[in-house]
Design a protein around this ligand. Structure first.
Ligand SMILES: Cc1cc2nc3c(=O)[nH]c(=O)nc-3n(C[C@H](O)[C@H](O)[C@H](O)COP(=O)(O)OP(=O)(O)OC[C@H]3O[C@@H](n4cnc5c(N)ncnc54)[C@H](O)[C@@H]3O)c2cc1C
Ligand code: FES
Length: 292
């Protein structure tokens, strides 16, 4: 059992939790994730590590409320326990002295980006970060990103701030205007990662993306998380979650992520009906968010 020591509602559909898990905090590296089960009846689902503290023995996670499992997790309070947390899983990010890096994120993607940027800076890289959000109300951790990046830019979907509505627009302009970029990292919405990969491809800038296919066991046994990269089948849980964005078959990934939408909506509706009152701490009922 893993105790929740801190909970924060970051924006209406995104929650931050700090949980005690010393054995995972000891081994965690940037790019890795955990698989959780909220209670005995819960399904296993993956969340990226947004930070860890070896002294306190704690992990940071942040998640979008998508359906039944994330809604269940969001209903837990400080002092409650998560039944299982398994990890750290997946291959850590390859971190070297690349030179100039662009780190792009949307929604929960800012979580895994924070430890990644810290590690890139330790290796002497220059980091320009770009954060994409629907509008100002869905923007969070901008201050954190600014405090560890050399430069930070914001792209808001409603056009209310910054020049670009999509992060990929910034990436294209940055490269077209002659900035030297040696490596791009993108975490968050599948659509954003796909568009950023398409933006960097003509410039030949290697672009690493953190893929989020459906996962079940997280150990390479069930095959649920398979993706096609460069024409080869890869299991994201053991061979990823990071891959070369220029080689990912994005259409297949999107199709597979949507495969169980009807069943997921049914599971959510059944659970939600009986639990509306347990949504303590949330000011309004969060809306479900598109995964792509
Ligand atoms: C390596 C990895 C890291 C991730 N990190 C984060 C994170 O840090 N924060 C965050 O908000 N989300 C993250 N996700 C996605 C997260 O796992 C799903 O949003 C979550 O499982 C949804 O479950 P649900 O029951 O609430 O929603 P559901 O209604 O069951 O599903 C909604 C959508 O979520 C996706 N999904 C459902 N079940 C899974 C599953 N077992 N594995 C992966 N995707 C699933 C599907 O695309 C589905 O259409 C990550 C996924 C992966 C693979
Ligand atoms: S989640 Fe089962 S093989 Fe990756």
């Amino acid at each position: 059992m893993y105790k929740i020591v801190k909970k924060e509602v970051l924006v209406p559909n995104t929650i931050y939790l700090k949980a005690e898990a010393p054995e995972i905090a000891w081994k965690a590296r940037p790019g890795q994730f955990v698989i959780l089960r909220v209670d005995e009846a819960g399904e296993r689902f993956p969340l990226s590590l947004a930070g860890w503290d070896q002294d306190d023995g704690t992990l940071d996670i942040l998640f979008l409320i998508m359906g039944r499992s994330t809604m269940k997790l969001s209903s837990l309070k400080e002092g409650d326990y998560i039944m299982d947390i398994v990890g750290p899983l997946g291959r850590p990010t390859e971190i070297e002295s690349y030179g100039n890096t662009l780190c792009v994120c949307s929604t929960f993607g800012v979580g895994p980006l924070i430890p990644l940027i810290a590690a890139l800076k330790e290796k002497g890289n220059r980091v320009v970060s770009i954060m994409e959000a629907r509008d100002e109300a869905f923007l969070f951790w901008e201050d954190r990103l600014r405090s560890i990046s050399d430069e930070t830019h914001i792209a808001l979907g409603d056009g209310s701030r910054g020049k670009h509505r999509l992060a990929s627009g910034f990436v294209t302009e940055h490269l077209k205007s002659g900035h030297k970029v040696d490596r791009v990292f993108a975490y968050g919405r599948v659509f954003m990662m796909m568009e950023c990969s398409r933006a960097t491809k003509p410039f030949g800038v290697k672009t690493i993306v953190g893929l989020t296919p459906i996962m079940v066991d997280g150990t390479g046994m069930c095959g649920c998380c398979r993706v096609s990269v460069g024409g080869q089948t890869q299991f994201t849980c053991v061979e990823g979650p990071e891959f070369d964005g220029h080689s990912v078959d994005w259409e297949l990934l999107i199709k597979r992520k949507r495969a169980y939408l009807r069943e997921e909506a049914q599971a959510f509706d059944l659970w939600e009906l009986g639990n509306l009152r347990r949504m303590a701490g949330l000011t309004e009922l969060p809306e479900r968010t598109s995964v792509v």
